[in-house]
Ligand binder design. Structure first.
Ligand code: PLP
Length: 472
């Protein structure tokens, strides 16, 4: 791997990005943005929806800005900037592999997102694969297998929501022991839930999978931004995550792990970049030789900026130090949970209970409140951006709410009428860029809304709950 590109870009950067200090919130874009309050005045926006998309780290933005003038086509260009961009692109692969603790022969494939990565893996499953997945997964890790199953002889077993980490391992053990002891099998598991924030026992699940001859893919969309991921140490076969949740919102994601299934599979997309040689056959058709590297599944012109941004985020988080990042985030998690616990009307959603390790993702409902109404008031009256809905994890949220199937509205957009019983939940999520003040404002706002009610009238418009004066 050459240092050519990085040296050139670094030399051209007049103001190198400051190193990150994890004792403070890491600087993110938008940290000074003010938003209007419906009750009058303005306030700094409190972005507490990191689980959906986290703001870009300032450091990532600076690195991307430094590179942008040097942007060029990768892999095929003969010019200086093309070679420089190709070096940066391939260096980024190595940086991501290091960040993830990959094994030496693992592949790091750049995709669009976690959803894209898991669909890629689903498409690459050997024929006859049996997939095991908990019903608690985000739809991105629940549905790609089902789709592949519908089109081939892959089968999917859905496992019931466990109520403890140990029960998760037991449930998996039992399911795997019940399968025919031959043929490929894959377990798909989330690292941290996008609903409860609870961390799953990945290492133990990997051991159970391997003991029964199955492989395992880790959905690290919510884990990687909060916690170190170590592919080799946790012994997972693949890992997937998204740049936009890892402070690098430039449209790239990652699938990393074992190369054998990936190389044996047809390319995810057919096209240039994935093909090594294409020629007309004697019968008039076309014969293709596909690449035997990551390029096999990266057809088309890659998103160089997105890839470079992910690598920049990986380096920034590593330099800041996960120990300090985790320690600070855990302090914020405790503050939110303690604040919510003081409001008896609030019920925090949890599978594994109070003692479970968790990241900065917390969902809850408020007795007597429609969650959409509550979230709208947090935004309009306090400048706090959270999320309400089912968080693209319908089966899990239904289980946690104890709701009937036909009671629940559509993902993210149920009908919201102030005062009605809640059929969805509110999610607050935060991370490395969150200042303490945002957390304190949130806790205060919840208490005030519950004790004093909303100061404004709201109504449902286009499936969203909005303040009346703004929409009228
Ligand atoms: N997995 C989990 C646990 C998630 O929370 C999400 C998104 O919220 C995804 C997968 C899908 O990520 P993306 O939308 O970036 O593909």
């Amino acid at each position: 791997m050459s240092a050519y590109a990085t040296a050139t870009v670094a030399a051209a950067t007049s103001a190198p990005a400051a190193p990150c200090d994890a004792a403070q919130p890491l600087p993110v874009l938008g940290r000074d943005v003010s938003v209007p309050l419906v009750t009058g005045g303005e306030v700094t926006y409190a972005a507490l929806d990191y689980a959906a998309s986290a703001p870009a780290l300032q450091r990532v933005w600076d690195d991307v800005a430094a590179y942008a003038p040097y942007y060029g086509s990768v892999h095929r260009g003969a010019g200086y900037l093309s070679q420089l961009s190709t070096d940066l692109f391939e260096n980024s692969r190595a940086d991501v592999a290091e960040f993830l603790g990959c094994r030496a022969d693992d592949h790091v494939i750049f995709t669009r997102s976690t959803t894209d990565s898991l669909n890629l893996l689903a498409a690459a499953l050997p024929r006859g694969t049996r997939v095991f997945v908990f019903e608690t997964e985000h739809h991105a890790s629940l549905l790609p297998w089902e789709r592949r199953a519908a089109a081939s002889d892959v089968t999917v077993s859905y496992l019931d929501a466990p109520r403890t980490p140990a029960q998760a391992v037991e449930t998996l053990e039992k399911a795997l022991a019940g399968r025919e002891p031959y043929g490929p099998a894959l377990v798909c598991v989330t690292g941290a839930s996008n609903v409860t924030g609870e961390v799953w026992p990945v290492r133990e699940l990997a051991a159970a999978a391997h003991a029964h001859g199955a492989r395992i893919v880790l959905d690290a969309a919510q884990l990687a931004p909060h916690h170190p991921v170590d592919v080799a140490a946790s012994d997972v076969d693949w890992v997937a995550f998204s740049g936009h949740k890892l402070y690098a919102p430039f449209g790239s994601g990652v699938l990393a792990g074992r190369r054998d299934w990936l190389l044996a599979a047809e390319p995810y997309l057919a096209g240039g970049g994935a093909s090594r040689k294409v020629e007309r056959r004697a019968d008039g058709g076309v014969a293709v030789e596909w690449h035997e590297s990551e390029a096999r599944h990266e057809a088309g012109s890659p998103n160089v900026i997105g890839v470079y941004a992910i690598a920049a985020a990986c380096k920034a988080l590593t330099e800041a130090g996960f120990d300090a990042l985790v320690e600070r985030e855990q302090r914020l998690v405790a503050r939110v949970r303690e604040g919510l616990a003081e409001v008896p009307e609030v019920k925090v959603l949890s599978l594994f209970g109070d003692d479970a390790p968790r990241v900065g993702v917390i969902s809850f409902v408020v007795a007597g409140w429609n969650s959409s109404h509550f979230a709208a008031a947090l935004s309009a009256e306090y400048g706090i951006g959270v999320r309400d809905g089912l968080f693209c994890a319908h089966p899990l949220v239904r289980t946690l709410l104890g709701a009937e199937d036909d009671e629940v509205g559509e993902c993210g957009a149920p009908e919201a009428a102030p005062g009605e019983r809640s059929l969805n939940a509110i999610r607050v999520s935060f991370g490395a860029g969150t200042p303490d003040e945002h957390i304190d404002r949130f806790v205060t706002a919840v208490r005030e809304l519950v004790t004093s009610g909303a100061k404004w009238d709201y109504r449902t418009e286009g499936g969203r709950c909005v303040p009346v004066s703004v929409s009228a």
